[in-house]
Design a protein around this ligand. Structure first.
Ligand code: LRH
Ligand code: MN
Ligand code: MN
Length: 411
């Protein structure tokens, strides 16, 4: 857009918001401080069970995956960390990998052990009936605690594919005991500042029962372990119709909301671009977070929440899809920051059903693009990061440079 027109559009926007009582400068400051972690596995080839379509220019090595995360950070300004998955991102010198990331302008964030791709895990990892398999899983998690130390990360992010396919296949309570025992050993090995984030998923790959199917199960495990264990909400991991903002509010209340894996979905764990199918849900999640940040009872938990993306794009170009994701998450946060919290509290106190719902609607229906364009300009960025990336020629260069298969999930 013509810069003069953009300027004019923002001026009107800011005037209207100020008249509504919005502290526009405070909103901009919050947006500049927003942080979103992108996943290394979102940059390499990966896909569904049915087919991995190779994306031209997709990263082939851990270094290329980190470099692509750094590119996303350069264009968006809010993605300074990248999550790694071990062994997809295995290397023999993690300190060197961390230094490489720093040179690129990012840091390594959450370390994700992989407890589902080895043959031994066919019947489970930390809930396997064979103690040797459970030991292997624990050793791998302990290795990841050490790796986190080497790369300067304080997040261990755990997801288990453990579960059964048939009634009677496993002893459900015994498996729970094994799970707690295994995690307790890993928990004890974590240094004081490190947090263990426990992710749940209601089904897939197990079809009858999953050992950590929901937030309540993950919460009771975290509570059994101690304060350094929290719950990770992957937005794609819920049954249809689940009220995720409600879950977010309850986990904040319990002091156990550790982080997110953002993505969107229509049916199950579809790993679509966050905010692409249900932007209202993403807004409502951020609405709970902004509300909790203002409440002394929950502010500290809200401050430490790790905002991570977990998306494996199969047909979308990788870097543009990640930039689009970040823009959608920024829009959701921006709209949540515009909620008139006093008017909302008043409407709630008066039992004004439509008034309260209207306050949220008003914020959600606000066009925040002029605001975000302005925030990016003030951060020294292009107001439209996706268009800027597509113009930059980087994609064409990567497609020319990166031929041949690579390492990681989709090779
Ligand atoms: C499982 C999951 C989990 C894995 C990632 C690759 O569906 O969400 O977080 O680590 O996908
Ligand atoms: Mn996930
Ligand atoms: Mn998932």
């Amino acid at each position: 857009m013509d810069p003069k027109l953009l300027e004019k559009e923002y001026a009107v926007w800011a005037e209207v918001q100020a008249a509504r009582g919005v502290d526009v400068e405070a909103v901009k400051a919050a947006l500049k401080a927003q942080r979103i972690e992108t996943p290394s596995w979102g940059y390499g080839n990966s896909g569904t069970r049915f087919k991995v379509f190779r994306a031209p220019g997709a990263a082939r090595t851990v270094e290329e995956r980190i470099a692509d995360a750094a590119t996303v950070h350069r264009f968006t300004g809010v993605c300074p960390t990248v999550a790694i998955h071990i062994p997809w991102d295995r290397t023999d010198d993690y300190a060197a990998l961390a230094a490489f990331a720093r040179e690129q302008g990012v840091a390594i964030g959450a370390v994700n052990p992989n407890l589902f791709q080895d043959d031994e895990y066919r019947l489970g990892s930390v809930t396997h009936h064979d103690p040797a398999v459970r030991r292997k899983a624990v050793e791998h998690m302990l290795e990841c605690v050490a790796i986190a130390g080497q790369v300067g990360s304080d997040l261990l992010s755990l997801w288990f594919a453990d579960g059964t396919n048939y009634p009677g296949q496993g002893h459900i309570r015994r498996r729970r005991v094994w799970l707690e025992e295994s995690l307790a050993e890993v928990y004890r090995a974590m240094p004081p500042g490190m947090r263990m984030l426990i992710e749940y998923k209601f089904f897939e790959p197990a079809w009858y029962h999953t050992d950590l199917p929901d937030w309540g199960t993950a919460l009771t495990v975290a509570q059994a372990l101690g304060p350094q264990a929290q719950v990770l909400v992957d937005t794609g991991h819920h049954p249809q119709g689940t009220n995720i903002p409600h879950i977010v509010a309850l986990l904040l209340h319990e002091g156990r909301l550790g982080g997110f894996h953002f993505n969107d979905r229509k049916y199950a764990d579809d790993d679509l671009i966050a905010g692409s199918v249900d932007p209202f849900q993403l807004f409502l999640i951020y609405n709970e977070l902004v509300d909790a940040a203002h409440d002394p009872a929950t502010a500290e938990t809200a401050r430490r929440v790790a905002f991570m993306v977990d998306q494996s794009h199969n047909i979308e170009p990788k870097i543009p899809a990640m930039i689009r994701t970040v823009m959608n998450i920024q829009a959701a946060y921006a709209k949540a920051l515009l909620v008139d919290r006093q008017a909302l509290a008043r409407a709630q106190a008066e039992g004004d059903v439509l008034g309260a719902a209207g306050v949220l609607r008003d914020a959600f229906e606000t066009d925040v693009r002029p605001l975000l364009a302005r925030v990016r300009q003030e951060m020294g960025l292009d107001p439209d990061p996706l268009a800027a990336y597509l113009r930059s020629g980087i994609q064409q260069r990567l497609e020319a440079e990166r031929a041949g298969p690579g390492t990681g999930w989709g090779g």
